[in-house]
Design a protein around this ligand. Structure first.
Ligand code: CO
Length: 220
């Protein structure tokens, strides 16, 4: 038997868990999958970190079908990232989603790596976007002790990504057409499982201009 086949077989436990999960849902609602397979109609787009400890649906307690999800390391929204932009465009223009949530988290390994001065490989190029945020906010960050600086950069990164989402042509065009699109900035605490709203949400150009001009936004 090929070695590869053996490795695949060792994941049987995940397939077994999948069957148990689907059975449990069908017991509660026999037509759940049949209904959901016809179409998706989510109310929210979630842009979060790839971190295994921050699974979108689970931490806000919603079922499959309710959140459209994009995750990458350190929940970055980069204006040349066709992957992320395509997700935002499809969410806003095709699915008609009105709420985009950027959710970062304290203790983010991507943010920590960006703060370090040694190389981690290809990922360092992705993390340059976080290093930019660190540089923009150096005056606020530098006086803080290492732990507070780390936490604050996790927050500031979310705020910058909210701006990046709102400045995208997709959200700008939606707003210009009088469409409702609200962009929210949240942060998740791995230590207690709770999400805080960073108070940097924007729903129109005026709010975005005010956020651009205000570097003092903090959790409410
Ligand atoms: Co992270």
């Amino acid at each position: 038997m090929a070695k590869g086949t053996f490795i695949v077989k060792t994941l049987k436990h995940l397939l077994e868990k999948n069957r148990q999960w689907a059975d449990a849902i069908r017991r509660q609602q026999p037509d759940f999958f049949e209904q959901l397979s016809r179409q998706q109609n989510p109310d929210y787009l979630w842009i979060g970190c790839s971190d295994s400890r921050v699974p979108a649906n689970q931490i806000v307690g919603v079922a499959p079908g309710e959140i459209f999800v994009h995750r990458n390391i350190a929940n970055a929204v980069v204006h040349t990232d066709l992957n992320c932009l395509s997700v935002i465009q499809y969410a806003v223009e095709v699915l008609g989603i009105r709420h985009i949530i950027v959710c970062g988290h304290y203790g983010c390994g991507g943010i920590r790596a960006a703060m370090e001065n040694h190389q981690h490989g290809l990922i360092d190029n992705w993390l340059l976007h976080i290093k930019d945020t660190q540089r923009f906010h150096a005056a606020e960050l530098e006086p803080l002790d290492a732990e507070k600086r780390f936490g604050r950069l996790c927050e500031l990164n979310v705020i910058e990504q909210v701006k990046n989402v709102a400045h995208s042509t997709i959200v700008q065009n939606a707003w210009n057409r009088q469409r409702t699109v609200n962009v929210h900035g949240w942060i998740y605490d791995l230590g207690n499982g709770l999400i805080s709203d960073l108070g940097c949400g924007v729903s129109n150009q005026e709010e975005l201009q005010a956020l651009d001009a205000d570097s003092t936004v903090k959790p409410g």
